[in-house]
Design a protein around this ligand. Structure first.
Ligand code: KG4
Ligand code: ZN
Length: 339
């Protein structure tokens, strides 16, 4: 079963061919950080325009690398939400037209389901049921994945997503977009114990909150001779690294502790972590350490499969196709789409 996946939910144009829901035949991701960098975040209108330019060459490249004609596909799986509505529209309209003209079935995939099932693209996938922590730019949620297509949310952020906090702190420091990889790198040179940023554990729940942490970073910068207005340029490089390391430790402490609580509460010892922040070196290290202490098994996709990619959409598309869950020409993207 060969499925072409398409994801244009945010600022990456991606197309991939995946065999039997797990073997990547090709996976092309065309990023846009060059356009959004100077604004310190994604400008939705610019993202949509770049998707229009890139969707045809990216899909062509994915098929070419797979050595496949369109007629060799079992289906096309497209992400129809959640995400930026203008961006989603490009992928959905393109996928509908492609399927209509080539007579191929179309399946619609929720972006979050793609992230949850991304560990199935690895050589050693988890078995159901497993806990799934999605940590990305748009979401921070804990799910119980009971079976393919059956996911129960047991915790979610009440305000900012973890990746959003990374991006906003990076912007405050004048470091650029996306903030996650930049802060991850700088944190390696800083002292994580140098600044005592707050951790919102929200005892008794599996929910998250990161907006207070972001405000604490802003308040700290205000105490540093007006650096909040001037960004990292006003701070000695050692202080920027210390802010990065201390902020990152606060985020990772919370994500690890709450995942540990979820393992205990749900009695499930298989944990998958996905989404862009799962690419974070410190989070990967600490989660593996915690899982070792708790006798749990941890599944974290390879770094390129943590951030947005169409291979995860194709992987998730397989079970929709198997179940006969086919989308029609009336498929519309949705910015808000609960799982
Ligand atoms: O999953 P993703 O590509 O898109 C969404 O669905 O949101 O996640 C993007 C987010 C961004 O906020 C980015 O800053 C963050 O993932 N990110 C990281 C790292 N790489 C990407 N955050 C922390 N450390 C990283 N190494
Ligand atoms: Zn994502």
């Amino acid at each position: 079963m060969l499925i072409l996946g398409i994801d244009t939910s945010c600022d990456d144009t991606s197309a991939a061919v995946v065999e039997d829901g797990g073997r990547i035949v090709s996976n092309i991701v065309s990023g846009q950080s060059d356009i959004h960098m100077k604004y310190g975040g994604i400008v939705p209108e610019l993202a949509s325009r770049r998707h229009i330019e890139m969707i045809v060459p990216v899909v062509e490249e994915a098929l070419e690398k797979a050595g496949l004609p369109l007629t060799g596909l079992s289906a096309v799986a497209v992400c129809h939400g959640p995400g930026l509505i203008g961006s989603l529209l490009i992928g959905c309209s393109f996928a509908k037209a492609l399927c209509y003209s080539a007579g191929i079935p179309l399946v619609a995939v929720n972006h979050l389901e793609g992230h949850i099932l991304s560990p199935f693209l690895d050589a050693r996938p988890p078995e159901f049921p497993f806990l799934s922590l999605i940590v990305s730019g748009g979401h921070t949620s804990l799910f119980v994945a009971e079976a393919a297509g059956r996911y129960r949310e047991i915790g979610r952020t009440r305000d900012d997503a973890a990746g959003e906090a990374y991006d906003k702190v990076s912007k405050l420091l004048g470091l650029g977009y996306p903030g996650g990889p930049i802060i991850d790198r700088l944190a390696g040179d800083g002292d994580p114990a140098s600044i005592d940023f707050p951790r919102a554990y929200l005892p008794g729940t599996l929910d998250f909150s990161f907006s207070g942490l972001k405000t604490a970073v802003l308040n700290f910068l205000r105490t540093q001779s007006g650096s909040a207005a001037r960004g990292a340029a006003a701070l000695p490089p050692a202080t920027v690294s210390d802010v990065a390391a201390s902020f990152q430790k606060a985020v990772v402490d919370v994500l690890v502790r709450k995942t540990e609580w979820a393992i205990k509460k749900m009695g499930i010892r298989s944990v998958a972590i996905s989404g862009g922040v799962a690419a974070n070196s410190e989070l990967r290290r600490r989660m593996k350490e915690m899982a070792g202490d708790r006798g749990a098994e941890i599944f974290i996709p390879a770094v390129p499969l943590c951030t947005d990619n169409a291979a995860m959409i194709a992987a998730a598309g397989r079970h929709h196709l198997t179940e006969g869950d086919i989308a029609g020409p009336d498929l519309n993207p949705r910015a808000y789409l609960p799982l």
